[in-house]
Design a protein around this ligand. Structure first.
Ligand code: ZN
Length: 370
């Protein structure tokens, strides 16, 4: 009797331990994460679509434009679905969820108080704001290890398992504290490759010039990243789009809308790639977010920075075989930009907080037990 009780007790303890292990770390299906950022894409357009007041402020005849005809509709829901049809009708409905719609009681914010790009991306990629150190977009090489650096070391799977492809050349500095260890490609940079599609894209990007010397067209960034994903099994990649920010600074609202629409079509192309390729299908998580918001009025919508406090409001979307949430978050705790890094690492079974105690914690709601 004594022996049987002991055996039973051991069995119960073992089962409890197993359950705890499974609940805390095991059984995640995610093996790869793709992070996509849309520079300075406002919550106002992402959740509400075309903003007629803003459009009117830059063009009195805005109702005659192709963009108005393409994206206007009576309700916010219809407008955003016209602007980003794949994102709203498919990705956020069938496969994922999004935080940051303040009208529904969901807030997402930066913890940095600067509300511009280098601090925002560094917060996303390191899990921490460093307002005392990173004070300018001209800041040299990021002194803080990013999750690309950490995951590259963790995977120990060569220079292609972790990659950065971005339109803005500053990512050559932002994405890594140790340049040269893995693929970082940004701006008009190219690298030697035997892939004919990538070689052609590198050739064309130097001829099809954008209006901004430090930024290549997002088209090249996307197609290069896609070619990389097809050629190499990539465990973590950041694809950084930029045009939504630069067209806004230029007060070219038509093209801000067109860029969001175009990016939506690339998200569909990316999703199709994930679904088709057995290396990625049902084992890849997608995180889509933004470095900062922008102003809310007709006088400051194009701007951001510490004098535009509205720019602290961001949004973040999560699509993962491990996360059952769908649609828009409602009445939830505020989530912060510094939590994105640890969340991505958690999906990849890596505890960022154990090597960097100052980084934000994984977003609890995503890993809540069902
Ligand atoms: Zn900007």
């Amino acid at each position: 009797m004594m022996l049987r009780m002991t055996t039973r007790a051991i069995l119960i303890v073992c089962l409890a331990l197993l359950f705890t292990a499974v609940a805390s770390f095991g059984q995640l299906r995610t093996e790869n994460v793709i992070l996509v950022t849309l520079d300075g894409a406002r919550t106002q357009e992402v959740f509400g679509g075309l903003d007629a007041e803003v459009f009117r402020s830059v063009n009195k005849n805005f109702t005659a434009t192709a963009a108005y005809k393409n994206y206007n509709a009576p309700t916010a829901k219809e407008r955003r679905e016209r602007l980003m049809p794949f994102f709203w009708r498919t990705l956020m409905t069938k496969f994922g969820s999004i935080a940051g719609n303040r009208e529904l009681g969901s807030q997402a914010k930066t913890t940095n108080q600067l509300f511009f790009s280098y601090p925002g991306y560094s917060e996303i990629l390191t899990g921490q704001a460093h307002d005392d150190v990173i004070k300018s977009n001209d800041h040299p090489q990021n002194p803080f290890p990013t999750i690309l650096d950490r995951l590259h070391a963790k995977f120990a799977a060569g220079p292609n398992a972790v990659a950065e492809f971005s339109s803005w050349d500053a990512f050559m500095r932002i994405a890594t504290s140790k340049p040269g260890s893995f693929v970082v490609n940004a701006g008009y940079e190219s690298f030697d490759t035997d892939d004919p599609a990538m070689r052609e894209l590198f050739r064309l990007q130097s001829q099809v010039l954008s209006p901004w010397p430090s930024v290549r067209h997002d088209y090249f960034t996307f197609k290069l990243a896609k070619a990389h994903l097809q050629k190499h099994r990539t465990r973590f990649i950041h694809i950084g789009f930029d045009e939504t920010d630069d067209y806004a600074h230029d007060k070219n609202y038509e093209r801000v809308l067109d860029s969001l629409h175009m990016t939506d079509s690339w998200l569909k192309e990316l999703w199709d790639l994930i679904e088709r390729d057995p290396r990625y299908r049902a084992r890849t998580s997608l995180v889509i977010t933004v470095d900062h918001g922008r102003g809310n009025t007709t006088s400051d919508w194009s701007d951001h920075g510490k004098d535009v406090p509205e720019a602290q409001y961001i949004w973040m979307a999560f699509v993962s075989p491990d996360i059952p949430l769908r649609g828009e978050w409602r009445d939830t705790e505020t989530v912060y930009q510094n939590q994105i890094a640890a969340t991505i690492c958690r999906l990849l079974q890596f505890d960022l907080n154990s090597v960097d105690t100052g980084s934000g914690k994984p977003i609890k709601r995503l890993f809540a037990e069902k």
